[in-house]
Ligand binder design. Structure first.
Ligand SMILES: *Cc1c(COP(=O)(O)O)cnc(C)c1O
Length: 380
């Protein structure tokens, strides 16, 4: 086996696709210590700077004091601890849905949801750039998968028309899209997608991983911004990005959540999240609700950074296209040497030959940090 593994690893290195973990020796924040170096951190999805927030830490400590550190079992067995149930009520209230269900990660939420709703004979239609968990979950379901080129609604409609025509009355069609795309930072035209899915009587599932806490008047996400929340059957999100915690969530109707409690294998066969993790997410929701200024600070930072680079501000994710894998790694290393942590994103996270730097902006960045990175990027 050793020979096989070494061969595979050498191959990845030759293609500049080898990855290694870096040890971060401080909390997430605008500055992090990595391998002994202090770096301006533009690598994190901690968009609101909540991952090390004092109030969230306090909420974690209080939950540990009362409920201990582990859930002890899957939630259906004996692990349905108070902070988790409380979080689900707060999530449903926040997302303004009848109910919400917490999974152990966003990945697990997708893996639990799509295969329990769809099977052979059904059709799932996904944007080409959807996250790996949506692709993996779609494959797992056994449904027919139709992929449309990124944001190509003409192709989406063709797939919908095809699926609708060949549909037997008992089968279902699901359209899945990210709302803010994780590696391109662009957004899906949810109003038009909702229109199409209604026209062809499909269901719509949206992944708000990068939009929750960031978009919408109340921070609920891009569906709020587009005013289409009532058109969406399934909303997925993560608690690990703007909410500064960990875990995933599905929000929607009471029936959807009850169905998932009974069918989603990643929910049924996995130990519940630690109580502190849930308490932190609840505290984050309160903070997002109570401090719109946090979101404003984020958007001011995005505007400042984009203006300096001569780009339109779209989302906190700003890709700097490079193309060649070796060059992307090299530019990331140069930035590292200049004191900036900006990861190079390569295949298989993005297509081959589409390597890029991915800059993530946070409300916690200072104006000076943003200006300096923009100037460095222009120089390189
Ligand atoms: C991060 C991410 C996920 C997975 O969420 P985790 O909680 O990190 O497992 C799902 N979808 C998108 C678009 C993401 O960016």
């Amino acid at each position: 086996m050793k020979k096989f593994l070494e061969h595979k690893l050498a191959e990845a290195k030759r293609q500049n696709l080898y990855r290694r973990l870096r040890k971060v020796e401080s909390a997430q924040g605008p500055v992090v210590t990595v391998s002994g170096r202090r770096l301006h951190n533009f690598s994190s999805n901690d968009y609101l700077g909540l991952a090390a927030d004092p109030e969230l830490k306090k909420a974690a400590a209080a939950a540990i004091r009362k409920f201990g550190t582990g859930a002890g079992a899957s939630r259906l067995i004996s692990g349905n601890l108070g902070p988790c149930s409380h979080l689900e009520l707060e999530l449903a209230r926040f997302k303004q849905t009848e109910a919400a269900l917490v999974f152990n990660s966003g990945y697990a939420a997708a893996m639990g949801t799509i295969p329990s709703l769809l099977g052979p004979g059904d059709t799932v239609i996904v944007d080409k750039l959807c996250h790996a968990c949506i692709i993996d979950a779609s494959r797992q379901s056994g449904a027919t998968i139709r992929v449309y080129p990124h944001l190509n609604l003409k192709k989406l409609e063709e797939h919908l028309a095809w699926a609708n025509r060949s549909k037997d009355p008992n089968s279902n069609i699901l359209v899945v899209t990210e709302t803010v795309f994780s590696m391109d930072g662009d957004i899906a035209p949810l109003d038009r997608i909702a229109e199409l899915k209604n026209k062809y009587r499909a269901w719509l599932m949206i992944d708000e991983a990068h939009a929750t806490g960031v978009f919408g008047k109340n921070g609920r996400g891009l569906a709020e911004q587009f005013g289409v929340e009532n058109e969406v059957e399934i909303t997925m999100s993560t608690l690990g990005k703007a909410l500064g915690s960990a875990g995933g969530t599905i929000s929607g109707s009471r029936a959807l959540v009850d169905f998932l409690i009974n069918h989603a294998r990643s929910f049924i066969f996995s130990t519940g999240l630690p109580p502190a993790t849930c308490a932190v997410a609840t505290a984050a929701l309160k903070k997002i609700h109570g401090s719109p200024s946090l979101r404003k600070r984020l958007w001011d930072n995005i505007a400042l950074f984009c203006k300096r680079l001569g780009r339109d501000p779209v989302s906190p994710i700003i890709p700097v296209e490079i193309g060649d894998e070796a060059r992307a790694v090299d530019v990331s290393r140069k930035l590292w040497e200049a004191g900036f942590f900006v990861p190079a994103i390569r295949f298989p996270t993005v297509s081959r030959g589409k390597a890029r730097l991915r800059v993530s902006i946070s409300a916690a960045h200072s104006k000076k940090q943003l200006e300096e990175l923009a100037d460095q990027l222009k120089k390189i």
